[in-house]
Design a protein around this ligand. Structure first.
Ligand code: FE
Length: 334
């Protein structure tokens, strides 16, 4: 009897670790994750269940569920959000040589609680008829008098802009950052917009000449309307002291939850996501760039040219986010 029970118990433990079904809480929509999760299941036999929602409710849910959460992994966009999840104790540190080798250090948490899997650049977009690219240089220079009443920005409420300003705080210091952002606000041709798309529409409509957008919004718009007179510019490619060290990039990324029921299987999945072909697929689905520099960008994004990324660790985007929000509020960036 005792032996039978022991055997049953062992069997239970084994099936649990072998047939680990993974659960992902994702703020990315189903269209962007299902093809890639399906591929993993096809290759490994590991089923992947996912729940999609906005990051706020997902974090709340993880907190509320605590140790009884079914979630093994959290997938969300923007290092600011990933940092927040780590700060709340919802993600556990992961040590993996595969992840360390595949993903550049600035795109992952120094403590291994989250890993950037795809890159989006937040860069300059301009009207190709009214702006000579030679007139553009840096994020900071968009505050110069030359761009008076010619700049359009998305609202400071969006985490993308909070992360950008947070990185500026980390690299430029508070005084210089405040001067730059005040310069932007002084140059605005219109009140801040609700979306990156509206920024590009305003440029097309002639309300302004330059703006800042995430590359995938530009890619989606140009895929639909290739005739639009919009081009991307890569700023800060020759960075000087007191300037951002390259194009501001951010990530969509993942971390293993603190109370993951299958942490080993979760790490295996993360490792799979950090290499080919997952990297190409994961980035390509949303017109992003692979985080793994050994994996080539897809045809559309490669067309925009190569650029040097700001090499500072994206954890700063989270760490200085509250300070960034206060700064933008102070200078009247709504
Ligand atoms: Fe977005």
């Amino acid at each position: 009897m005792r032996t039978a029970l022991l055997a049953l118990l062992l069997l239970g433990i084994c099936t649990r670790s072998l047939a680990a079904e993974l659960t992902v809480y994702s703020s990315r929509i189903e269209d962007l994750i299902k093809p890639i999760f399906g591929r993993y299941t096809a290759e490994t036999g590991t089923p992947i269940r996912f729940i999609t929602d906005k990051e706020g409710p997902l974090l709340q849910r993880l907190r509320a569920e605590g140790a009884s959460t079914p979630a093994d992994l959290l997938l969300t966009v923007d290092a600011g959000n990933l940092w927040q999840a780590a700060q709340l104790g919802l993600l556990q540190p992961v040590q993996s040589e595969v992840l360390a080798a595949n993903l550049p250090a600035h795109l992952r948490d120094p403590e291994g609680r989250w890993f950037g899997l795809s890159i989006r650049a937040r860069t300059v977009v301009y009207h190709s008829g009214r702006v000579q690219p030679g007139a553009l240089s840096t994020y900071e220079a968009l505050g110069d008098a030359r761009w008076k009443d010619r700049l359009c920005l998305r609202t400071s409420k969006k985490v993308y802009n909070q992360s950008l300003v947070a990185m500026m705080l980390a690299e430029l210091g508070p005084q210089r950052t405040e001067a730059v952002v005040a310069g932007w606000v002084g140059n605005l041709a219109a009140p801040p917009f609700a979306s990156d798309n509206e920024v590009m529409e305003a440029i097309v409509a002639g309300r302004c000449d330059v703006g800042l957008v995430n590359t995938y919004y530009y890619g989606r718009l140009m895929r639909q309307r290739p005739e639009l007179p919009l081009k991307l510019f890569w700023p800060n490619q020759d960075p000087a002291e007191g300037e951002l060290g390259g194009v501001h990039v951010n990530v969509s990324g993942m971390g293993v939850t603190t109370h993951s029921p299958h942490p080993e299987a979760a790490v295996k999945f993360l490792e799979w996501l950090s290499q080919r072909p997952a990297q190409a697929l994961f980035a390509g689905l949303n017109l992003e760039f692979p985080a793994n520099p050994a994996v080539e960008a897809d045809a559309i994004t490669a067309n925009w040219g190569t650029f040097t990324q700001d090499p500072v660790n994206l954890a700063e985007a989270g760490r200085r986010q509250a300070e960034a929000v206060r700064l933008m509020d102070r200078v009247g960036y709504r």
